[in-house]
Design a protein. Structure first.
Lengths: 102, 160
């Protein structure tokens, strides 16, 4: 029993560290792409944490939300990646009046 | 005994997944450019998820639970590479990569070729459109002339 508890503590520490690292990268990331990659990692960590919780508490209630997150997690990344532009194009489009975030 | 082994196996799978995830976190923090961070970030998305699914299925010892978890993996395996591809493409084309770490860049000439080809096609299309516009213009002018010629002889009837 103590072996399992120790393992679950280690799992929790690892997942918490990943979530914090992703948050740090979201805040500090120099470009929008870094932030989107980090938010992807954050969502993956949420899925892993839900699975770890199901193992730790011996239930299967979280499977639907795992399916939903896995199916929709990357939409935001795809949408943002389509609209990333080069910096010199940015200046041109700024003068035209469009707004871009890079 | 068998139960104990299966439980330990599930927990070890979880621990491996957590270690992969932590490695992704370290990579996110310490790597220098978007492409490297993308490389680190995509590791737990597939294999870590696979390990967690295996852990849940082993822990529940049920085929039904395993079948319910298969869609999670299928959806993730469909969407994660797409997102990674889009991010990598955008990162390369906007120059957000550390060019000192690249030994061979085979994508650069290909992108340059594709851009040149697209520009050439655009130019040809613009020329063709201009030619077509001139043709239509000439046709319209000819029609207008014909109309005027046809209308001109018709005089208002005189009263004589």
């Amino acid at each position: 029993m103590t072996f399992a508890v120790l393992m679950f503590v280690l799992v929790g520490v690892g997942l918490t560290f990943t979530a914090l690292a992703a948050l740090v990268r979201i805040v500090r990331g120099p470009t929008i792409l870094d932030r989107m990659v980090a938010s992807d990692v954050l969502l993956t960590t949420v899925i892993l944490a839900l699975g770890a919780d199901m193992v730790a508490r011996q239930h299967t209630d979280s499977i639907p939300i795992m399916v939903a997150i896995a199916a929709t997690a990357t939409f935001a990344t795809i949408v943002v990646a389509r609209y990333v532009k080069r910096r010199n194009e940015l200046e041109v489009s700024d003068s035209v009046g469009e707004t871009e975030h890079v | 005994m068998f139960d104990t082994i299966l439980d330990a196996l599930a927990v070890i799978c979880l621990l491996l997944a957590a270690m992969l995830s932590a490695a992704a976190g370290i990579g996110l923090l310490r790597f220098t450019d978007s492409l490297s961070r993308l490389h680190a970030a995509t590791k737990p998305q597939i294999f870590g998820l696979l390990l967690v699914i295996a852990a849940v299925a082993i822990d529940q010892r049920s085929l039904g639970v395993f079948l319910a978890l298969v869609p999670v993996f299928v959806f993730q395996a469909l969407t994660a590479p797409t997102a990674a591809h889009m991010v990598g493409r955008a990162a390369y084309r906007t120059g957000q990569l550390d060019s000192r770490t690249i030994l061979v860049d085979e994508l650069g000439p290909a992108v340059a070729r594709a851009t040149a080809k697209a520009a050439e096609q655009d130019r040809e299309q613009a020329l063709a459109e201009a030619a077509r516009d001139r043709e239509i213009e000439a046709e319209l002018a000819a029609e207008r002339d014909a109309e005027r010629d046809r209308i001109k002889p018709v005089r208002p009837p005189t009263l004589s």
